[in-house]
Write a protein that binds this ligand. Structure first.
Ligand code: C2O
Length: 535
């Protein structure tokens, strides 16, 4: 592969949306940020220069970072943040991956505006496993707040209550024409009848799982999270924050304008609500009227989402086999949920506050990076006693207070190099019915099973798909249900696992795996780069 150099200047920029303007933090003054292009096998060097008054770090979401945890990016997990006026070069090689991923700030809530696409093309001369589309288009879904997102996070943290929801969703940075006072109608994509287009769809929203549809068109799904899937057709895409989906759109209609929509999964679906973002597909040579053909958000959200998710299968071809771990070394069971802890200083929550945890542990962010502490053997930064199962057997009918209370800690779970893990993520859904998009850094995993209610190992494990389960890096744990994932710990380092709803991460829904070095020549973490930021 070749070496590709990028420069990311983190700067503030005034942006105008929904009739008001505010300064936002951006990369190179762009919102969404610049697309990072590479081919499989390339080495990417991104020099990030911090020109703003916040600490910054950038995460290359879904990039495996084999042995290069120093370049992964989550602040206080793999690196200290890049302080104002400082810079850091992220240096990593893209190994065994091709497709769409995203990069985003991984500190505070800066990723609201600091995010962009990663497009990884196959090696030169290697075709896609589907007919080559005529053109490609990145489609980034996001959220827009009129207020400062730091104020939103502080409100959520101090009150212990849910944060204010965003004022609009966006498609490539724009809310679109359903929102009043837009200086422009939103993102426009021109197509030519008879041609096919690959849309590289990314959900960069902070706190919302989204539906995506295009009026009058079916979409053929070909890849998720930079892994090919068995192609299938659908009207609607479901995409959680952190997930990516490539679809083929064939321009085969007669009219001239069709709406593209991104609408929230959680909110009650109404035909025109003030949070649905729109964009327009425009047939360049159509003769007919200029009326825009529209489409409503899906009516039966859960059923539509399940149908989509259940259709996802690994391609599992000769060239792209699904290497599902069959023998398991670590069988883990994590409850995923929100809880209530006492908080005498919280006014809004009546002396208690919402916290989130895995196995009743609320993760406490350290003040120095875990990966450094591990590498340099600094004591007292973390412990490796993260529980492999909840402290009390989780059961929906169990007494709520014991299920809800969490304890605080910076606890990691230790894995031997190349050991295999099965992790069942059980949503407790005691406070609120929420889907939790759980993201694992440093690995792809196979989603071998999913169900509603309590996971029952005796019955459910027999039904696992160990042949062609979808392989990805972020998975929705269904509200009141569970998912089972499997992966091989073939990447030494410290790897974050967390809910990709920013508010839940902030409340503590996170932990990390510590994967030891192996004994072979290429089985240990590389030495830290010289310019690694200090805390
Ligand atoms: Cu895209 Cu740790 O996140």
């Amino acid at each position: 592969g070749r070496v590709r150099h990028y420069k990311f200047n983190v700067v503030t920029k005034k942006a105008n949306r929904l009739c008001s303007s505010k300064p936002i933090v951006t990369v190179n003054g762009q919102f969404p940020g610049p697309t990072l292009y590479a081919r499989e096998g390339d080495t990417v060097l991104v020099k990030v220069v911090n020109h703003v008054n916040y600490n910054v770090s950038i995460h290359w979401h879904g990039v495996r970072q084999l042995r290069t945890g120093w370049a992964d990016g989550p602040a206080y997990i793999t690196q200290c943040p890049i302080q104002p006026g400082q810079n850091y070069v992220y240096n990593f090689t893209i190994t065994g991956q091709r497709g769409t991923l995203l990069w985003h700030a991984h500190i505070l809530w800066l990723r609201a505006t600091v995010h962009g696409a990663i497009v990884i093309l196959p090696k030169r001369g290697v075709p896609y496993p589907f007919p080559k589309p005529h053109m490609e288009q990145v489609v980034i879904l996001g959220e827009w707040w009129k207020s400062d997102t730091e104020a939103v996070i502080n409100q959520a943290l101090k009150s212990g209550l849910a944060p204010n929801v965003s004022d609009a969703h966006t498609i490539n940075g724009h809310p679109g024409r359903l929102h009043g006072c837009q200086t422009q109608g939103g993102f426009q994509m021109s197509v030519e009848k008879g041609k096919s287009y690959m849309l590289r769809i990314i959900n960069a929203a902070l706190n919302e799982e989204l539906f995506f549809k295009i009026a009058g068109h079916k979409l053929t799904v070909v890849e998720v999270d930079a892994v090919y899937v068995k192609p299938f057709q659908t009207d609607t895409i479901v995409i959680a924050p952190g997930q990516t989906t490539n679809v083929i759109l064939t321009a085969n209609r007669k009219s001239s304008k069709y709406t593209m929509i991104a609408s929230p999964f959680m909110d009650s679906p109404v035909a025109v609500d003030n949070k649905t973002a729109t964009a327009t597909i425009h047939y360049t040579r159509a003769l007919s009227s200029s009326a825009i053909l529209t489409t409503p958000p899906p009516q039966n959200a859960t059923a539509v989402a399940n149908k989509f998710i259940d259709s996802l299968r690994s391609l599992n071809s000769k060239r792209f086999p699904a290497k599902v771990p069959l023998k398991i070394n670590h069988s883990l069971y994590f409850t995923v949920g929100l809880g209530i802890n006492p908080c005498p200083t919280c006014k809004a929550g009546n002396g208690s506050r919402v916290v989130a945890g895995l196995n009743n542990v609320t993760f406490v962010m350290p003040t120095t990076a875990l990966l450094q502490a591990h590498y340099f053997k600094n004591k007292g930064v973390f412990t490796t006693d993260f529980p492999g199962k909840p402290p009390i057997d989780f059961n929906y009918t169990g007494p709520p207070p014991t299920n809800l209370a969490t304890s605080n800690g910076t606890k990691l779970y230790r894995l031997k190099y190349n050991s295999t893990v099965e992790l069942v993520l059980q949503d407790t859904s005691i406070i609120a019915a929420e889907n939790h998009p759980i993201h694992l850094h440093g690995f792809n995993f196979f989603a071998v099973g999913k169900g509603i209610g309590n996971y029952n190992p005796k019955v459910d494990a027999k039904k696992f798909n160990l042949v062609d389960p979808v392989e990805r890096n972020t998975i929705g744990v269904p509200s009141g249900g569970w998912v089972a994932i499997r992966f091989q710990a073939d990447n030494p380092g410290v790897w974050f696992l967390h809910c990709h709803l920013e508010v839940h991460t902030t409340w503590g829904l996170k932990m990390a795996f510590l994967v030891e070095n192996g004994n072979g020549p290429n089985e240990s973490l590389i030495t830290p780069p010289k310019d690694l930021p200090k805390c």
